[in-house]
Structures are given as C-alpha cells and as structure tokens.
Design a binder for this molecule. Structure first.
Ligand SMILES: CC(C)(COP(=O)(O)OP(=O)(O)OC[C@H]1O[C@@H](n2cnc3c(N)ncnc32)[C@H](O)[C@@H]1OP(=O)(O)O)[C@@H](O)C(=O)NCCC(=O)NCCS
Length: 188
C-alpha cells in the first residue's frame, strides 16, 4: 500500500470485482487499450480471477486500486507488468485506467507518478516503460508529464477493432527520474 496527495493505492483483491467489471466494460475507457471491453460478466469474472492469480506472483506484476483518500472511493486502476528482471536491474511496464467521471482532473498523472516513485524506491529496476495506441493523445500526454521520453513508434504493432495501428513507446531510466515532481491540472 502507498499513497499520493489525493489517492491511496492498495492491491486488487477479491472484493473489487464490481469495480473491475464496470471499469473494463466501459467502451470509452477501452477505446485505445490492448484488450476490448468485456462483453459479459462471465468474461469479466474470468479475467478477474486470472488477475488475482497474477497478483500473488510479484515476478509477474501487480494491479492497484486507486481510491480517493478518506472516502476510499475507487476511481481507477494502475498496474505494472514485469518485462525483465535480474540482479543488475529490470524493466517494468506501467498502465493506467480511470473511470470517466474522474477524467481531466490530473488523477492519471498523480497515479503514474506515485507508482513510478514506488517502483524506483522499492524495486531493483533501472527502467520504467509505457506504451499507447498512436491516437491515445491523453495517454501520451501523461507519459510526457511523467518525465518519460519517446523511444519510438512501432509501426502497425497493435491490433484494435479490426485493424493494425501504430504503438508509441516511452521510457524513463532511473538516472533520469526525479522523485515527487509533477503538476496537477483540473479541467472539470
Ligand atoms: C488516459 C487517461 C488515463 C487519462 O486520465 P486523466 O486522469 O484524465 O489524465 P490527467 O488529468 O492526468 O491528464 C493528463 C494529460 O492528458 C491530457 N488530457 C487529459 N484530459 C484531457 C481533456 N479532457 N482534454 C484535453 N486534454 C486532456 C492533458 O494533456 C493532460 O495534461 P494537462 O492537464 O497538464 O494539460 C483516462 O482518460 C483513461 O482512463 N482513459 C482510458 C484508459 C486508457 O486509455 N489508458 C491508457 C492506456 S495506455
């Protein structure tokens, strides 16, 4: 468990199924993501059970529920996936998903910064990466705000809704990370 200005973060647990199902069944939330929105509760349940198993193995990755401090209302999920790791370092990929009602208030930037700080402070990794669908301008803006640098565009590397699209990759090396510095803008 860790925290940032407005949010606290705890590992996804069995009681979070309702929130998980609602978030990842929303077509707008899933518009640019790797996976499609869940089309049934059964599909969501299957993915949720798999996510809970992965949670048990820190060598694979972790999903955190981001909740408003005090009220403990869940607003989103932030996660990391272990891409590679050895005793000289490692590379983790992060991702973020927020309920529509909370978009445009700086939460994704706050969540991303909190997770990056948590990972560099607690894991022996040398790099954090993130990627997005080439049309996902908000996601790309967040990567820039997190101090990440663009490392390339992977041409037609992502399959989404019947076509192949470009994927943009960003990265942040430990040596370029500066803890705790970010600006929150509220649009709503
Ligand atoms: C992408 C997503 C996480 C952004 O969350 P958010 O909390 O709204 O993002 P922030 O408020 O931190 O905004 C970060 C930047 O995105 C851009 N942005 C966000 N909302 C915007 C809006 N309504 N209009 C214009 N730009 C916007 C801005 O550049 C903003 O920085 P700024 O406010 O300093 O200008 C959210 O829209 C979401 O969950 N989308 C669906 C899931 C997804 O695509 N995840 C990424 C997978 S790679």
């Amino acid at each position: 468990m860790f925290a940032s200005n407005r949010l606290s973060y705890r590992k996804l647990s069995r009681t979070d199924f309702g929130f998980y199902c609602q978030l990842f069944s929303d077509q707008e939330v899933m518009k640019y993501t790797y996976l499609e929105a869940f089309s049934s509760k059964e599909e969501a349940r299957y993915a949720f059970e798999k996510a809970l198993v992965i949670q048990e193995d820190e060598n694979q990755g972790t999903q955190y529920i981001a909740a408003l401090k005090g009220r403990e209302t869940a607003i989103g999920i932030i996660d990391y996936e272990v891409l590679i790791e050895n005793n000289l370092g490692g590379i983790y990929e992060i991702g973020y998903f927020i309920q529509k009602a909370y978009w445009g208030k700086g939460y994704a930037t706050e969540m991303g910064k909190a997770l990056i700080d948590f990972l560099f402070n607690n894991k022996n990794i040398h790099k954090v990466v993130a990627s997005c669908h080439a049309n996902n301008q908000h996601s790309e803006a967040i990567m820039k705000k997190l101090g990440m640098s663009q490392e390339g565009v992977f041409k037609l590397a992502r399959y989404k809704k019947g076509s192949w699209v470009d994927e943009i990759k960003y990265g942040l090396l430990r040596q370029d990370w500066s803890e705790g510095q970010y600006k929150i803008n509220c649009r709503k």
